[in-house]
Design a protein around this ligand. Structure first.
Ligand code: GLU
Length: 289
């Protein structure tokens, strides 16, 4: 069974690129006779509060395009008990890290794809140093990956191998994106992940943690960035980027479907009927004019 999810962060309205990613995931799931789940990634309480009402506008926009989801909306803010339990189970593999971002950058490990590997500084602290630092800073908790490497399979990029550093699972009482995503994808039985291409760099870490927690890594479809007529990443200069601003579903749906190579379909029924066999129906970097 093909099970995908859409996982918006309710910190701004969805723009055309987000909607196009959602449509791609929905089509792949429905075409495979599978399920498409909705998970609101609202752990960053301050940013969510600052974007008051974004979640309901996001869900309304998706529904207006006919992108219906199965089951109830899952909210990460309601699942912290689960994250706490899973983290407790990893107790022997996590360590406290007191480094600031600036200190990590100064330690000079070169960025690797989109990921700057953590150099392991705090792994080597003595218990004495640790207890002194605890008085000064709230530690982050990092997973000990022992220099692992992990392959992921992406329908466009193919097999991608990435190094797995000692990434952060939690910071104070805030669970980190890379951790919550993995716990949820396992708990929700996700087999396929369609999401924005800029997350490809974090996929090896997530797949590695999935295996460590006894899950099976999903097959990924990282959708390329959306570009305007000038070939540059779509931005406000290309016109309004929200569903309402760009003319509502009747105007936007055909643009999204065309940008996925399906022609100017008017709705989800037409788009599903236009789907070719297989999964590689969009190019990785595509114009949405
Ligand atoms: N919440 C993330 C975002 O809005 C997506 C995470 C994911 O799909 O893994 O960028």
């Amino acid at each position: 069974m093909h099970v995908d999810r859409y996982a918006p962060s309710p910190t701004a309205d969805l723009h055309l690129g987000n909607l196009r990613t959602a449509l791609a995931g929905w089509l792949l799931a429905r075409h495979a006779g599978g399920r498409w789940l909705m998970r609101v990634e609202d752990l960053d309480a301050a940013r969510v509060r600052a974007a008051d009402g974004a979640e309901s506008r996001q869900l309304a926009d998706l529904a207006a395009l006919g992108l219906t989801w199965d089951g109830d909306v899952v909210r990460q803010s309601e699942r912290t008990g689960l994250y706490r339990d899973v983290l407790a189970g990893l107790r022997d593999r996590v360590y406290e890290c007191f480094c600031t971002r600036r200190e990590i950058a100064a330690a000079g490990s070169a960025p690797h794809d989109d990921v700057r590997p953590y150099p392991g500084t705090c792994l080597r602290l003595t218990e004495r140093e640790r207890s002194r630092l605890r008085d000064e800073r709230v530690p982050a908790l990092r997973i000990r990956a022992d220099g692992a490497e992990q392959d992921v399979v992406d329908v466009h990029a193919g097999r991608v191998r990435g190094i797995v550093d000692d990434f952060v699972l939690a910071r104070g009482d805030q669970f980190a994106y890379n951790f919550a995503v993995v716990v949820d994808d396992i708990a929700m039985g996700i087999t396929h992940i369609t999401r924005a291409g800029d997350l490809l760099g974090s996929a090896p870490r997530q797949a590695w943690l999935t295996r460590l927690l006894g899950g099976t890594p999903a097959t990924y479809a990282h959708v390329g960035v959306v570009v305007g007529a000038d070939g540059k990443r779509l931005a406000k200069r290309d016109g309004p980027l929200t569903l309402a601003g760009a003319g509502g579903p009747a105007r936007v749906f055909p643009r999204l479907a065309s940008s996925l190579g399906l022609g100017p379909c008017r709705d989800t029924d037409e788009a599903l009927a236009a789907m070719p066999p297989g999964q590689g129906f969009w190019t990785s970097r595509i114009s949405i004019t």
